[in-house]
Design a protein around this ligand. Sequence first.
Ligand code: NDP
Length: 395
Amino acid sequence: MSKVLIIGAGGVGGVVTHKCAGDRDTFSEIVLASRTLSRCEKIRKQVRDLRGREIEISQVDADDVAQTVALIKRVQPALVINVALPYQDLPLMEACLEAGVDYLDTANYEPPDEAKFEYKWQWAYRDRFESAGIMALLGSGFDPGVTNVFCAYAQKKLFDEIDYIDILDCNGGDHGRPFATNFNPEINIREITQRGRYWENGTWVEIDPMSQSRMFDFPEVGERKAYLLYHEELESLVKHIRGLKRIRFWMTFGDEYLTHLRVLENVGMTSIDPIEYEGREVVPIQFLKALLPDPSMLGENYTGKTSIGCLIEGRKDGQPRKLFIYNVCDHQASWKEVRAQAVSYTTGVPTMVGAKMMLTSQWRGKGVFNVEQFDPEPFLEELAVRGLPWHVREM
Ligand code: NDP
């Protein structure tokens, strides 16, 4: 029986709140805090209507460490769940250290003025968390998150040696809009417009953005073209999966999406450098975010499925083996259950499951950890129960 403080009332924050509210035994009290109180109010009403549970809400600016510390001290949670934006990771980790409480997030830190995401800033907190006797769990979403746990499970149960991993992320859904992103537009566009990168034979190989692609037959979606991107789980998996020769990440995009993105890039709308407009400083990508549909509003008319997994090659009992471990999630089913589309759902469910692993001490440690460092089995068992069943297909 534990009290949690969830920070961030966006698409993912809504799902996490619904899923925690659905497990009264673990999450006895829930406080949802975010920058805009009206977004917390909306989720509170949904949780009341759909789950029959009351939650507490609060306004907070998570960039302000003192404000968050005051909130944590007032609320006294057992865990802070960060589902705001990657920019808030470090101030929230600071606040957790100051207040002496455990921390969990779904995306690694990214400085606002540089489109670069790396674990180094958060891993640097390891000693301070360890000496404070508290735990931080990083990247407990789907990718990073479930994909890391799939790899840990493959290492523990399915292979003796792993050579190659390809993480394949397909959203085969249709939201009916000409152009929209499935999670925070600023973070999403920053991620896919940077140079691609993968790891092979101990070194990082860089490629031009979207310059490599492959076709893959995604379960329950079909053949789709996926593009090689850099994605943050690669950085931690190369440390934690033994004997790995190569790891890459691929994501599918439709032609329509890529054409819009190319035009926006060419006219400078995806830039993170401020420009002066009529005496005001404007950051083009932030202005673009204001124009694009709010990802949490895409759900109602979203049809189709996401199909995401890890294609893993290696050996078991002296025999070559190739497997795809994956989950398929339906946008409409997610909408019916928690009023969110499947991208928010597939992120929010593993966030709740990671929180449960910590609160029930099935995953415990002092310091800063990535999800693949813990036993994958209890997490995967709970994941299936909480709405994301997963499968292993021999290839
Ligand atoms: P949204 O933009 O929908 O929601 C973000 C929320 O955080 C908003 O409610 C926003 O408030 C709030 N917020 C922003 N800044 C602050 C602040 N300074 N203080 C308090 N609250 C703040 O994003 P998503 O829900 O789509 O994504 C949430 C997180 O999940 C992101 O970090 C994203 O990168 C991550 N993610 C991870 C995935 C994974 O698989 N691992 C996949 C998808 C997303 P306001 O309403 O005022 O803007």
